[in-house]
Design a protein around this ligand. Sequence first.
Ligand SMILES: [Zn+2]
Ligand SMILES: [Zn+2]
Length: 277
Amino acid sequence: MRVQFWGVRGSIAVSGERFVQMGGNTTCVVLEHEGHHLILDGGTGLKAFGDSLHGKPITATLVFTHVHWDHIQGLPFFGPAFHPGSQISVRGVSRDGWHFKDILSLQMAPPTFPVRLNILVGLREIEDFNTSAPLDCGPFRVWSIEQAHPDGVVVYRVEAGGRSVVFATDVEHGGVPVSDAFVEFCRGCDLLIHDAQYTAEEYAGQAGPPRKGWGHCMWTEAVEVARRAQVGRLALFHHDPGRADEAVLAIEREAQALFAGSFAAREGQVVDLAAAP
Ligand SMILES: [Zn+2]
Ligand SMILES: [Zn+2]
């Protein structure tokens, strides 16, 4: 399974020389195995992934963790979604009696946006994700678990070719020991992609306002999960939009001292998970 990061930034896209190394696009990760694509989230990084296909259609499944702006804003600019040759299945959880398709439609309606969702002819189906059973799409099997976040979030565990990736963005563990249930969900995965938006000082309010209840983690909590769940590698993800490259690199060094398999996810980075023997 091949994993590529197309957007690693949290909350809002950023640009400028302070963000060149990590990248400024918001969340989008693409998994590829045996020619099939599974796209996790459609932040502004999704546009960059679409552009990389140079006008070609795609057969893919696109799964959303939740519908905060930084996770959906790339969809109306995702070129392959406009291509009549594309076969894209979309999944996300329903909320408050709303089907996922109706929720997604809300971002694409006048007067805040001129293009409606039904123009995207490459999106063949937009269905609710059933969290009570795994989803099979191509060679991928996808499990899910709900976690604490304002308006809710779903964490996914994807398995293919004997390898596994957990995508845990926008989760808040709350500064207390991470729940056993969550650690078990992540147990033994080859790659854990985990929210790491804050430092302990930021979360506690010693550097700006307290961030408790904002829906994100301290990077130390991501390390705690990686160690307890004995994962292969840890990708620190959803970098704070105010965090310049040097500061992310400093966090990366500290994390590596605590868990050797840690790295800060960078836009464009590829992680190749060879098939299990
Ligand atoms: Zn987010
Ligand atoms: Zn969010």
